[in-house]
Write a protein that binds this ligand. Structure first.
Ligand code: PLP
Length: 387
C-alpha cells in the first residue's frame, strides 16, 4: 500500500525520515525490511490479533455514552481502549513489536519510559514472550512513579534509572538509543509511540490501526453509517493515528487534542502542532515546541516536546485539526465523564473528551478514543479535587 505521501517509505511529506548516527542506519534498514516482509503478511497479522484477543482483551467495545452525549449535545461513542490489559492502548504496540523481535531471533527488549506506562507494557510482553527486558527511566520520573518501577521489576524487567541531564524522558530516550547502537544484534528497541526514525512511525501505526479498524466496523453496525468526526489525544500520536487510519479516505473530520498545559501561547505546554516549529528530534523531522517553552502537561503521557511525523504532515495538509487542550479543560472532562458515565478516564484521554466538547456543536456523531483508564491518576486527582 504505497501512498503518494509515502513515495519514499517512512517519509510523510517533508516530515519523518531517518535522522540517525551511521551505526544505526543498518539495523533500522533491517527493521524496515522486517516490517515490509514479516509484519505485513497475513500470517503475522493473524498471530498478532490472536495474542491481542487471548491476552490483551480485544476487541474492545464501542460504547454509546448517552450521559456524556446529553451533557455535550452530540452523540458520543467511546472506543474503550481503557479496558485492555494494562489499562491503555499501549499493549497493542508492545505485543506487535515483541512478536516481531521474537520472530527476528532477538533475545532482549529495551524501552524508554516517562511515567512508566510504556515501560509497564514492555515488561508485560517481555514476560509473556520470555525476553530479557531492560527499561530506561529518568531518575526523576522513577522517584515520582515508584509503584510503576516496582510493577516492572515484579514482572522481571530491569529498570535502569537514568541520572544524566535532566533525568527525565528525553534522557531515557538517549540512554536507550545508546544501548541499542551497542547491542543491535540481539536487542530490539521497543519504541513506545509513533515517533522516532523510520520504520517506527509506520510500524507503530500498523499495530495501533486495530483500534480504528474495529471502531469503523462497530460504528457502521451500530448506526448504519460512518461518524462525522473522530477525536483522540496526541502525545507521540500513536492512539490517534491508530484510530484515524481506518477513516483516512472517508468524509470523517479528524481532531487531535494536544497537551495544552497552561495554554498554547503560554511558556508551559506540550503542543507542538498548535504552536511550535519544524525541527529534527529523536531521529525524525517533525514539529517540536519552541525553545523558550518548558514541556508540560497535567498528564505525563502527553508530556513530550515533539510529535509523530505523520501528524505533522496531517497538520500541514489540513487533514486533521489539532487543538491545545489546557490542563483545566482536561480536568473538567475527567470529572464530567466520571460523573455522567461512571468511567474514570486517564488524564491523557480526558484531553480527547474535552476536545469532543469543543466540537460537539459542529458534529452529530463523534467517535472518541478513550485511550486509557484513570486509575494511575487517582493520587494526582485526589490532590487537585477537594471531594
Ligand atoms: C501514553 C499514553 C498516551 C499518549 O501516547 P500516544 O502515542 O499519543 O497515544 C495517551 N493515552 C494514554 C492512556 C497513554 O498511556
Amino acid at each position: 500500500m504505497t501512498r503518494q505521501d509515502e513515495a519514499t517509505p517512512g517519509t510523510f511529506g517533508e516530515f519523518g525520515g531517518r535522522h540517525v548516527p551511521e551505526v544505526m542506519e543498518e539495523p533500522l534498514e533491517r527493521l524496515a525490511e522486517a516490517y515490509e516482509n514479516v509484519v505485513r503478511t497475513p500470517e503475522f497479522r493473524a498471530a498478532f490479533l490472536d495474542v491481542l484477543e487471548a491476552y490483551a482483551g480485544r476487541p474492545t467495545p464501542l460504547y454509546h455514552a448517552t450521559g456524556l452525549s446529553e451533557a455535550y449535545g452530540a452523540d458520543v461513542y467511546l472506543k474503550r481502549e481503557d479496558l485492555l490489559h494494562g489499562g491503555a492502548h499501549k499493549i497493542n504496540n508492545a505485543v506487535g513489536q515483541a512478536l516481531l523481535a521474537k520472530k527476528a531471533g532477538k533475545t532482549r527488549l529495551i524501552a524508554e519510559t516517562g511515567a512508566g506506562q510504556h515501560g509497564t507494557a514492555t515488561a508485560m510482553v517481555g514476560a509473556l514472550f520470555d525476553l530479557d527486558t531492560e527499561i530506561y527511566m529518568g531518575r526523576k520520573d522513577a522517584d515520582r512513579q515508584r509503584m510503576n518501577v516496582f510493577r516492572m521489576r515484579l514482572m522481571g524487567a530491569a529498570v535502569n534509572e537514568v541520572t544524566r541531564g535532566g533525568a527525565g524522558l528525553a534522557d531515557a530516550v538517549d540512554a536507550a538509543l545508546e544501548d541499542f547502537a551497542g547491542n543491535v544484534d540481539d536487542t530490539h528497541y521497543l519504541v513506545g509511540s509513533a515517533v522516532g526514525p523510520d520504520p517506527f512511525p509506520r510500524m507503530v501505526r500498523e499495530f495501533q490501526s486495530v483500534i480504528g479498524e474495529e471502531a469503523r466496523e462497530q460504528i457502521v453496525e451500530e448506526t448504519g453509517g460512518l461518524p462525522d468526526a473522530a477525536v483522540a489525544c496526541v502525545g507521540g500520536g500513536s492512539n490517534a493515528i491508530g484510530l484515524f487510519h481506518a477513516f483516512r479516505d472517508d468524509d470523517v473530520a479528524f481532531y487531535g487534542g494536544e497537551g495544552g498545559g497552561e495554554g498554547a501561547t503560554s511558556t508551559r505546554h506540550a503542543a507542538p502542532l498548535s504552536s511550535g516549529k519544524s525541527d529534527v528530534l529523536h531521529g525524525m523531522r517533525t514539529r517540536v515546541i519552541d525553545d523558550d517553552v518548558e514541556v508540560h502537561s497535567v498528564s505525563a503521557g502527553l508530556d513530550y516536546p515533539g510529535v509523530g511525523p505523520e501528524h505533522a504532515m496531517f497538520r500541514a495538509v489540513g487533514r486533521c485539526e489539532y487543538r491545545a487542550i489546557t490542563d483545566d479543560e482536561a480536568l473538567d472532562a475527567f470529572r464530567t465523564l466520571s460523573e455522567t458515565e461512571g468511567i474514570v478516564p486517564a488524564l491523557e484521554s480526558s484531553h480527547a473528551v474535552a476536545l469532543a466538547k469543543r466540537v460537539a456543536d459542529e458534529h452529530d456523531t463523534i467517535v472518541v478514543n478513550l485511550s486509557g483508564r484513570g486509575d494511575k491518576d487517582m493520587e494526582q486527582a485526589a490532590e487537585l479535587f477537594d471531594l
